[in-house]
Design a protein around this ligand. Structure first.
Ligand SMILES: [Zn+2]
Length: 220
């Protein structure tokens, strides 16, 4: 699966033939379906889906669209359904709520890849200055210490930021601004952080809860 850019979680092994640059038949099919179905562009396709390892361990969250592609490619199977059905081109697809990878993936216990997507995920799509929750398209990344003042592109110096705040902050340091402060101290995004986020997102969903909380229960 192409989850490499979402961090260490679902790292591709070298030579993994499912890499998108070497599409196998399943990939091509899923992509063809993707193109045919305009429905794949609908916002419903962005509904978060919990991704479990083959061992049922929660490892990631992806959009429903990505989850459906993984299921169609035969990389994952649907464990829980949303209860909504997608009708498209004589196909009826159950929208997944939880999917499970068919092949076990070793998850390195290290920080996830530093990427825009992961920073937005860590910051829960929330502008770290004005606390507005926005879509990824309406957010940018802000260097807390501006690059022109020696700020690096690191987990500790990059935060999700709306365009207004980004413009307002400009190349100033936070201590030079009286009306802007960080919602929270930016930290690296570890598996621990992502579990925390998975729980935040999934706490209202019974389908997710049983997978997210089993590790805090007494061992059977
Ligand atoms: Zn803002």
């Amino acid at each position: 699966m192409q989850a490499g850019n979402s961090g260490g979680k679902c790292k591709k092994r070298p030579g993994d033939r499912r890499h998108k640059t070497h599409p196998v038949e399943g990939t091509a099919r899923a992509e063809a379906i993707d193109i045919r179905m305009g429905v794949f562009r609908q916002p419903a396709m962005q509904t978060p889906v919990l991704v479990l390892n083959a061992s049922y361990e929660p490892i990631n969250i992806c959009g429903a669209r990505r989850a459906l592609v993984l299921v169609l490619k035969g990389v994952a199977r649907t464990e829980e359904e949303q209860g909504t059905v997608l009708h498209a081109h004589r196909m009826i697809l159950q929208m997944p709520s939880v999917i499970r990878l068919l092949e076990y993936r070793r998850i390195p216990h290290q920080t996830r890849a530093l990427s825009r997507k992961n920073i937005l995920l860590r910051d829960r799509n929330t502008c770290q200055y004005c606390q507005r929750v926005l879509t990824a398209a309406d957010l940018t990344l802000d260097h807390v210490v501006p690059r022109c003042r020696g700020g690096q592109s690191t987990w500790e110096n990059l935060v999700a930021c709306c365009r207004d705040c980004n413009r307002r902050k400009g190349s100033q340091m936070l201590h030079e601004l009286t009306d802007m402060r960080l919602l929270r101290e930016p930290r690296p995004f570890t598996l621990h952080t992502s579990r925390h986020i998975m729980r935040m997102i999934g706490s209202a969903d019974a389908n997710w809860r049983k997978y997210l909380y089993f590790e805090s229960e007494p061992a059977a």
